[in-house]
Design a protein around this ligand. Structure first.
Ligand code: HEC
Length: 147
């Protein structure tokens, strides 16, 4: 997460920044082929990270890893139990990172800012829906909870 997925996602989210100032709207966006090539690499990292997350039995974290925020985030051993109990939901969540990665890859290859922004929003949902299910302690059940 920290070394592969997070930097790739940040690069894609930070690629377009629109700020409104007193002088008007200031838009920062990828300009050169090199800018777009760097984003293309980040999108590929997400595609492959989505594949890596779907390897059965893969350890959730390194052997000595513990939660940075016990009580706020689950410990790796608890996460592993949740994943083992909900393998399909885990694979779907990982698959979504792969699929959004593919969309973002197409957006970077087409140098399409709108598609990049759209993929970026879908990516945010993809990260959070897996984290809320597998990383944060369970919430009391609600009516719209996924079956
Ligand atoms: C398939 C489930 C899943 C998806 C999808 C997912 N994550 Fe995670 N993420 C986890 C789990 C489980 C942890 C806690 C264990 C760990 O640290 O790896 C975590 C932890 C993290 C951490 C903390 C890592 C650390 O070392 O403290 C960051 C940052 C993070 N995720 C970012 C992201 C971002 C950004 C995305 C979307 C682009 C994303 N994650 C998508 C499951 C997922």
């Amino acid at each position: 997460m920290r070394s592969l997925i997070d930097p790739a996602a940040d690069a894609l989210w930070d690629a377009v920044v629109i700020t409104s100032t007193l002088d008007g709207v200031d838009e920062q966006r990828p300009e050169t082929d090199d800018d777009w090539a760097a984003l293309e690499r980040s999108a590929l990292h997400l595609v492959e990270a989505g594949n890596l997350l779907r390897i059965d039995g893969r350890a959730i974290a390194g052997p000595d890893a513990v939660s940075d925020m016990p009580g706020v985030d689950l410990e790796p051993a608890d996460i592993a139990v949740l994943v083992a109990a909900n393998p399909d939901a885990w694979r779907r969540a990982a698959r979504e990172i792969h699929d959004v990665g593919v969309l973002l890859l197409a957006a970077t290859r087409a140098q399409d800012v709108d598609a990049l922004l759209e993929g970026g929003s879908r990516l945010q949902v993809a990260c959070e829906s897996c984290h809320s299910r597998f990383w944060y302690p369970p919430m009391p059940p609600s009516d719209d909870a996924e079956p």
